[in-house]
Ligand binder design. Structure first.
Ligand code: PHE
Length: 346
């Protein structure tokens, strides 16, 4: 009996040494099998009970059982310790420093044409204008007929205009949006419409078959030429600086009467040494838009009463304005998508 109890003590010591040297869960499994498995050392000890007297048997049995429970508990604890050590290592490996500065995103920027359109639009929005829209493939009726551009007018020539078919063209101006707006809205009307226009021009430094205009239209009771001048003056000062002046020159457009071309005082030379100024080339003035009082027949063409309503309209060349503003000498730069050019417009 005493021998057997000593064996249990030795077993305990052997287990503890074994446990101390364990580094991974596979080794722990092996240790568990070695002591608690079917052919394990504790199981073998249990079998020894048969050799004992009826008196000694329960004493030894209790002792052996306690050892087994101790071993089971120690193995469970060791498994837990191994698992948390493994996690600790994993967390270390996956560590993420959220305080590290981020990598800057490469942001694009709006095209210079878009920037100029946005800037001009903001000025007119602040004057109470709303945004209107129209299609780039437009009815001949809206692009020419209802604007009083008669058949045979040179602007309608197929050498100047991209025809889609007998009824439609690529709009040559944003003015057809005047027609669409007057047909669909009751006055008071106060809109701008920025958009693409097309003319069948051979590209050169100042011509491009696609370009942009901003159309403006105001229709209400008692609108006069002075309203046009006042609005354009406010616009010119907001965009080109408070000391900017505007000049109206008589002109002809079939859809406005009277019509004018509008110049603004040169923002580059301010009239000083204009002879050497590359922006106005000695003129001291730069032409930026066409305008006029909406022709009564155009108002009638849209189903409005021209005795009740009057209004003004203008059409501004976006590329021309942008070129003047940034000193760009060739309109084709805008469409070449050369990033070295575009990145300059921060
Ligand atoms: N549509 C004219 C053009 O393209 C400009 C314009 C617009 C003139 C509105 C008068 C009124 O040249």
């Amino acid at each position: 009996m005493q021998d057997l109890l000593n064996e249990l003590k030795n077993l305990k010591a052997e287990f503890e040494t074994g446990l101390d040297s364990i580094k991974e869960s596979k080794e722990l499994d092996e240790l568990r099998l070695k002591f608690l498995g079917k052919k394990g050392k504790i199981t073998a000890q249990m079998k020894n009970m048969a050799k004992l007297s009826a008196e000694d048997r329960p004493v030894f049995g209790a002792e052996a059982n306690r050892l087994r429970q101790q071993i089971e508990a120690a193995i469970q604890q060791a498994a837990k310790d191994l698992e948390s050590a493994r996690r600790e290592l994993q967390f270390k490996a996956e560590e993420l420093d959220v305080t590290r500065p981020g990598r800057a995103l490469k942001r694009g920027l709006a095209h210079p044409i878009t920037q100029v359109i946005d800037e001009i639009s903001e000025v007119f929005f602040s004057l109470g204008f709303a945004l209107a829209d129209g299609p780039e493939v437009e009815f001949i009726k809206n692009n020419f007929d209802l604007l009083r551009i008669a058949e045979g007018h040179p602007a309608r020539d197929f050498r100047d205009t991209f025809y889609i078919n007998d009824e439609a063209v690529l709009r040559t101006q944003t003015s057809p949006v005047q027609i669409r707006t007057m047909q669909s809205q009751e006055p008071p009307i106060k809109i701008i419409c920025p958009g693409r226009c097309y003319r069948s021009d051979t590209p050169d430094a100042t011509h491009s078959p696609v370009f942009h205009q901003i159309e403006g239209l105001v229709i209400d009771h008692g609108i006069a030429m002075s309203d046009l001048v006042g609005h354009l003056e406010l616009f010119a000062k907001a965009i080109f600086g408070q000391d900017t002046k505007i000049r109206l020159r008589p002109h002809h457009f079939p859809f406005t009467e009277p019509s004018c071309e509008v110049d603004i005082s040169c923002w580059a030379c301010h009239g000083v040494d204009s002879e050497s100024c590359s922006t106005c080339r000695g003129e001291t003035w730069v032409e930026i838009l066409g305008a006029g009082m909406v022709h009564p027949e155009v108002i009638e063409n849209c189903g409005l009463d021209s005795k009740e309503y009057s209004g003004f309209a203008f059409g501004l060349g976006v590329e021309r304005t942008a070129m003047g503003r940034y000193g760009i000498d060739d309109i084709r730069r805008f469409y070449e998508n050369d990033l070295r050019f575009l990145r300059q417009f921060h």
